[in-house]
Design a protein around this ligand. Structure first.
Ligand code: 13P
Length: 327
């Protein structure tokens, strides 16, 4: 098996998932504001060091997605560079490489970051990264998403994925259909179908090896302000049906984003989906749904570090069990 295929399989290994800790600095500012803590390079380094040094984290977490700033920092208790620190625990270091969103038309978004990407990928690989992430945002709404916006995002995702594989990095391909809004679960199903269809068509056109990538999609659920909220069983059924229709069996694994669901919902949806027989491993690549309780428990106070670590491990363990439908 090539290195790429081996890494992709390891990322989605049974009973493990991915911790998304790649919040950009402005996003981190918002998260830290919610706990009344200044967001500085030092406080972000401290918070992430606490997370990554949680006892037994490697039992539940196969990989961690890092932001550029964190990638170049050291884990504070050991003084070891963070990619190297994670590797020493048998956790794969990953790196967010997109450069965020620009407006596409009046109310849609296109993810940027292809300029100079190959050079950046080569540097990250040399410093220990083994996978990368690029997030495209698809917005449900009145008359949107347009086919043009879906296609433009799918093309950028495919170009990114091709460049990653050329640099020996496994691409996480993340087309996120937002969960905010009053759209129904059937709207979410249709938009997710259109999006995945276009993304896999573009991946094919750009000769991306499907065995050497991981898909990170949204789950198919009711928009958060829709009057009818589908239950766990319906979300699992519609999500698995949607993915089965569009995701080729060569893809080794699907690692869902949590997208603002409560941590409990994100876990229970994953557990329910794992009751189905599928071609790919179904796991998690959660940001908020793994970190929210830990962030709150920490609240910026050094004396709360152990409580924060326990909160992270509790969520990681529950999601690990959910990958085997064991809850
Ligand atoms: P959430 O799980 O908080 O949606 O974050 C995952 C992620 O990596 C978004 O790009």
């Amino acid at each position: 098996m090539s290195e790429l295929h081996a890494v992709a399989h390891k990322m989605v290994e049974k009973n493990k998932g991915i911790l998304a800790a790649d919040e950009s600095n402005p996003t981190c500012d918002k998260r830290f504001e919610s706990i009344d803590t200044d967001s500085t390079a030092e406080s972000r380094n401290l918070y992430r060091s606490i997370l990554f040094s949680s006892k037994d984290i490697e039992k539940y977490i196969s990989g961690v997605i890092l932001f550029d700033e964190t990638f170049h920092q050291s884990e504070l208790s050991s003084g070891v560079k963070i990619p190297e620190y994670l590797s020493s625990k048998d956790i794969l270091p990953g790196i967010k490489v997109d450069k965020g969103l620009e407006n596409f038309g009046s109310n849609e978004k296109l993810t940027m970051g292809l300029d100079g990407l190959s050079e950046r990928l080569g540097k990250y690989y040399a410093l220990g990264a083994r996978f990368a992430k690029w997030r495209a945002v698809i917005t449900p709404g009145n008359g949107i998403p347009t086919d043009e916006c879906i296609l433009a995002n799918a093309k950028n995702l495919a170009k990114y994925a091709q460049k990653c594989q050329n640099a020996n990095l496994v691409p996480i391909v993340e087309p996120e259909v937002l969960m905010d809004g009053d759209h129904t679960i059937d709207d979410s199903f249709d938009i997710t179908s259109r999006t995945l269809n276009t993304v896999f068509d573009q991946l094919d056109q750009h000769n991306v090896s499907l065995q050497g990538m991981v898909l990170k999609p949204n789950m198919v659920l009711s928009g958060y302000s829709c009057s009818y909220q589908a239950d766990i069983v319906e979300v699992a059924e519609k999500t698995v049906n949607c993915l089965s229709a569009h995701v080729p069996s060569e893809v080794p694994g699907i690692a869902f984003l949590s997208g603002g669901q409560s941590d409990e919902d994100a876990t229970m949806h994953l557990n329910e989906m794992n009751k189905y027989e599928t071609d790919w491993n179904l796991t998690f690549s959660y940001g908020r749904a793994l970190q929210q309780p830990a962030l709150k428990a920490w609240s910026g106070k050094v004396e709360n570090s152990e409580k924060a670590q326990q909160a992270l491990i509790d969520r990681a363990k529950a999601n690990s069990l959910a990958t085997a439908a064991s809850l």
